[in-house]
Design a protein around this ligand. Structure first.
Ligand SMILES: Nc1ncnc2c1ncn2[C@@H]1O[C@H](COP(=O)(O)OP(=O)(O)OP(=O)(O)O)[C@@H](O)[C@H]1O
Length: 283
C-alpha cells in the first residue's frame, strides 16, 4: 500500500533518511522523540514535503501523481484539522459530504453522539480531547482504505484515548485490507494497536520490528558488575550503565533466561526498548 525507499529530506541541521513499507491490513506505528522527523515523514507521504532523493509510492503512485480520487482514499488526522475555529460540527458535515462522496453521514453523527461531541458548539470551544476525537472521526468517516494519523491520542485522558483506539480497531475490522500509519508518544497506545513498529531517531530509522517480536523476543537484562563480566555478550544489542551495574537490551531473551538462570531478564516493553535503543551504547 505504501512504500518508501531511501527517502531523504534535508533541512539546515536535520536530515530525514527513511525506508519503510506498509502492507494492506497492517497498523504501522511510528515512534520517535520530539523533532525525530515523524511529521516531516507524514507530510512527505502526502506530497506536502518534496524530498531531495528517494521514492515514495502510495497506492502504487508517487505523491505528486495522486489524483483527487486517490486522495479521497486517504484519511488524515493531524493535530490541527484545518477547520475554521468558528465552525460547528453541524457546519462541517455538509463540507465533508461535498468533499467525500463516500462520507457516511449517519454513522459520523452517531459517533459524535457516542463520543459526546456537540454538533452545536464552536470548534474553538472544544477541548483538546474533543478536537482530537473529531479529527479521528473525520479520518475514518469516508471509507478511506488508508489512514495517516499524527499523534491522534496526544493530550487525551485515558478514557478518551481508549475511545480513539477503539474507533481505529473498529475501522480495521470493518473492511479487510485497510491500513493505518500512526505516530504516538504514548507507547502503550501503540503496543495495544500496532502490528509493526518503526522507531525514528534524529531522522533515521533505528529499529523496525513487528510488535509481536518486540513483546515476545526483546528483553532487558539487569546485571551487577560481577554478573556482567561472566555474561555471554553474543546477543546483546545495547548496554546502559546503571547504579547496580548494567541494563542490557537483547532480542534473545529466552536464550538468557535458559543459559543465565541467576540473571534478571525483564520483558521489554516498547518504552524500555526505545530508551535502550536511544540511550544505550552498542556492546
Ligand atoms: N519547514 C521546515 N524548515 C526547516 N526545518 C524544519 C521544517 N520542518 C521541520 N523541520 C525540522 O525537522 C526536524 C524534524 O521535525 P518534525 O516536525 O518532522 O519532527 P517530529 O518527529 O514530528 O517532532 P514532534 O514530535 O515534536 O512533532 C526538526 O529539527 C525541525 O526543526
Amino acid at each position: 500500500m505504501l512504500s518508501i525507499e531511501n527517502f531523504r529530506k534535508r533541512y539546515d541541521d536535520f536530515e530525514l533518511d527513511c525506508t519503510m513499507s506498509v502492507e494492506p491490513g497492517q497498523i504501522t506505528g511510528i515512534v520517535g522523540a520530539n523533532g525525530a522527523g515523524k511529521s516531516t515523514l507524514f507530510k512527505a507521504i502526502l506530497g506536502l514535503v518534496k524530498g531531495d532523493s528517494g521514492r515514495i509510492t502510495l497506492f502504487g503512485k508517487e505523491p505528486q501523481q495522486l489524483t483527487r480520487e486517490d486522495k479521497e482514499k486517504i484519511g488524515v488526522a493531524f493535530t490541527n484539522a484545518g477547520f475554521n475555529e468558528y465552525l460547528r460540527i453541524k457546519d462541517i458535515v455538509p463540507v465533508l459530504s461535498n468533499v467525500y462522496p463516500s462520507f457516511e453521514k449517519e454513522k459520523f453523527l452517531g459517533s459524535c453522539k457516542k463520543l459526546n461531541l456537540s454538533l452545536d458548539k464552536k470548534l474553538k470551544e472544544f477541548s483538546t480531547g474533543m478536537k482530537a476525537k473529531l479529527n479521528v472521526l473525520i479520518a475514518v468517516s469516508h471509507q478511506a482504505p488508508f489512514l495517516i494519523l499524527d499523534e491522534p491520542t496526544a493530550g487525551l485522558d485515558v478514557t478518551a484515548r481508549e475511545q480513539v483506539l477503539d474507533l481505529l480497531r473498529e475501522y480495521m475490522t470493518e473492511v479487510d485490507g485497510r491500513s493505518i500509519v500512526i505516530s504516538s508518544h504514548i507507547s502503550s497506545d501503540l503496543e495495544g494497536l500496532c502490528d509493526d513498529i518503526y522507531m525514528i531517531h534524529e531522522g533515521k530509522i533505528i529499529l523496525h520490528e513487528t510488535m509481536d517480536t518486540i513483546l515476545n523476543d526483546y528483553g532487558v537484562i539487569k546485571v551487577t558488575e560481577e554478573q556482567w563480566k561472566k555474561l555471554d555478550k553474543s546477543y546483546l544489542l545495547k548496554k546502559k550503565k546503571e547504579s547496580y551495574g548494567y541494563a542490557c537490551l537483547t532480542k534473545e531473551k529466552r536464550y538468557y533466561m535458559e543459559n543465565h538462570p541467576g540473571v534478571a531478564v525483564e520483558n521489554g516493553s516498547l518504552d524500555e526498548v526505545i530508551v535502550m535503543m536511544i540511550q544505550g551504547e552498542t556492546v
